[in-house]
Design a protein around this ligand. Structure first.
Ligand code: 3PG
Length: 210
């Protein structure tokens, strides 16, 4: 997948569900809930040992889903995620090695930033979008506007503390291409197998930003 295609899709969906899966058996029902709820997109985080298998299982069950790997902190994880079918990479902070690897291999990446210095590093790779993380703790919209001022070409995907209460406000800002968030894919609901509720939460999220 090309960077441009990723950005178009992310902008269309407006929300990228940030998923933590502890057991790869949950990947398929979760993918179904997201798809049925109207958000066939996920950032599956490498925060658990089940991440790679979960990406593989979700991709197999739903080949058309836009599937990325999140919390990627080194090239090894990056390669593993790509092998399992991830189409894009998200990093929580700026990693030179991961960003360079992705840029050199034509893999779309959304590197995490929360300071001008990190943003400068991302800009130096010629990338057009950064993840702003953790958004709420680092000043939310006000900080995004301030960071965007010296980098008028850059856009952002704020993640961390985005919820039903503030998602619309974030998305009204033209510098924001989409938001990332876990409010519709809560871990306790995944653990309890309440995929019908996840689907409902996803549907509400979509209705809110339509
Ligand atoms: C992430 O990994 O990007 C965030 O933890 C998601 O943040 P949230 O749980 O506050 O939505």
């Amino acid at each position: 997948m090309e960077m441009q295609e990723l950005l178009e899709q992310v902008e269309k969906y407006k929300i990228v569900p940030v998923v933590v899966l502890e057991d790869a058996k949950d990947a398929e029902p979760l993918g179904r809930a997201l798809q049925n709820g109207g958000l066939p997109v996920a950032e599956v985080t490498f925060r658990t040992a089940a991440a790679a298998d979960s990406i593989r299982a979700m991709k197999k069950a739903f080949p058309d889903m836009l599937l990325g790997a999140g919390t990627v902190i080194n090239v090894e994880q990056c390669k593993q995620a790509l092998d399992c079918g991830a189409s894009f990479i998200v990093t929580p902070g700026y990693s030179e090695e991961v960003t360079e690897y992705c840029c050199n291999n034509g893999i779309p990446i959304l590197p995490g930033v929360c300071t001008p210095t990190e943003l400068m590093a991302v800009v130096s790779h010629g990338l057009p979008v950064a993840k702003f993380f953790p958004a709420a703790q680092f000043g939310g919209l006000k900080t995004i506007r301030a960071l965007a001022a010296p980098f008028p070409q850059m856009r952002f995907m704020p993640t961390g503390g985005v919820s039903e209460a503030n998602v619309k406000e974030y998305l009204e800002e033209p510098k924001i291409i989409a938001v990332g968030g876990s409010w519709m894919v809560k871990q306790d609901k995944i653990r309890a197998g309440r995929f019908d509720e996840i689907e409902e939460m996803t549907r509400s999220a979509v209705a809110l930003v339509r």
